[in-house]
Design a protein around this ligand. Structure first.
Ligand SMILES: NC(=O)c1ccc[n+]([C@@H]2O[C@H](COP(=O)([O-])OP(=O)(O)OC[C@H]3O[C@@H](n4cnc5c(N)ncnc54)[C@H](O)[C@@H]3O)[C@@H](O)[C@H]2O)c1
Length: 318
């Protein structure tokens, strides 16, 4: 696995180990945390190091790769597109070359709802137009394209999981969301509660019932489960495909704030700012395809459960 010291990767490592898989993690710790990876599993390495990756996969007789390693902040990618294309696209190409050299034939890829840009309707189906609005989203589209060619030419099969908003934490508080800088709503709202410093709501004049943006929040453990199903599907001979991972129901920023107030018993300090460029009013997934083809079901993605787990983690780690 690449990027297994990060947020979603570390939860997936844990679930894979619980299910009895042998796991090795490649992470350069540019954003991840050593303590997120169980002792002995971390190979501190950059995905750009093609020959080192090839050697590692040969040595471990790797059967499949789950590829999380990437930079993830949309806003940052608008300021520094080069870094995003180099790390996310060149890094993935290096990994694919290494997999080809080592004879590894299956990959599960962390894609994103950002490939759809500002969709014409919700819920979003996998067949909707691909029209990213940031270098971050474009970098994921480019990797999806590379994967198409690696399948066609080298018979490397892949599943692209297009996640919506990953959120929540392991219920025991051992792992959780710790991005620096943090750009995601739920941890930012929880930080506001803990620090007393107001969080900013970007725009109250969207065409939504309360005027704030609507997003589809998916519990990180439900997301981890989707990776295991995708891996098992590929190992069983499934052909390359793309799936949305979301719950099918959205929550506005105001609803998230209310849920945090209910769970924490505290008022959320917030201020209202102007809209951020490129923020669509509503992003909600149809995950019917993932449910019908891979048998996935969201189990922990009720908003209050997500907030409760994220709160338990934030209190222990802030
Ligand atoms: N968090 C979300 O809501 C979300 C939504 C959609 C897609 N994604 C995708 O999911 C993946 C994981 O996201 P996350 O939230 O866990 O991010 P994260 O930053 O917590 O984890 C990414 C990990 O990759 C590592 N990494 C980055 N570049 C690397 C490189 N060149 N070589 C080796 N390791 C490298 C980082 O050190 C980090 O541990 C990313 O690909 C992201 O684009 C995340």
């Amino acid at each position: 696995m690449t990027g297994g010291a990060g947020y979603i990767g570390s939860h997936t490592v844990r679930l894979l180990l619980e299910r009895g898989y042998d796991v090795a993690v490649v992470d350069n710790l540019s954003k991840g945390y050593r303590q997120n990876v169980p002792a002995g599993l971390l190979h501190e390495m950059d995905v750009a190091s093609t020959s080192a990756l090839t050697g590692l996969m040969r040595q471990l007789k790797t059967e499949a790769v789950v590829h999380f390693a990437a930079f993830i902040a949309v806003g940052e990618s608008m300021a520094e597109p080069e870094r995003y294309f180099v790390n996310n696209v060149t890094g993935s190409l290096s990994l694919l070359s290494a997999m080809h050299a080592a004879g590894v034939k299956h990959l599960v890829f962390s894609s994103t709802a950002a490939v759809y840009g500002n969709p014409h309707a919700v819920p979003i189906l996998e067949t909707f137009p691909i029209q990213p609005m940031s270098p971050y989203g474009e970098s994921k589209v480019m990797v999806e394209t590379l994967l198409g060619w690696f399948d066609r030419i080298h018979h490397l099969t892949s599943v692209c999981l297009r996640y919506f908003n990953a959120a929540g934490s392991a219920p025991d508080g051992a792992l959780g969301e710790q991005h620096e800088p943090e750009t995601h709503l739920i941890p930012l709202v929880l930080r506001a509660v803990l620090s007393g410093k107001p969080v900013t709501i970007f725009g109250e004049d969207y065409d939504t019932p309360d005027g704030t943006c609507i997003r589809d929040y998916i519990h990180v453990e439900d997301l981890a489960e989707a990776h295991i199903l995708a891996l098992e599907y590929l190992l069983a001979g499934g052909s390359s495909d793309q799936f949305n991972v979301g719950t099918g129901s959205g929550h506005s920023v105001v609803e998230v704030i209310r849920a945090v107030e209910e769970v924490t018993g505290q008022k959320v300090p917030y201020v209202t700012g102007t809209r951020r460029e490129g923020d669509p009013a509503s992003l909600v997934a149809s995950s019917d395809k993932l449910q019908s083809k891979l048998g996935w079901q969201p189990r922990s993605s009720e908003l209050k459960t997500i907030v409760k787990h994220a709160w338990d983690f934030a209190r222990q780690h802030t």
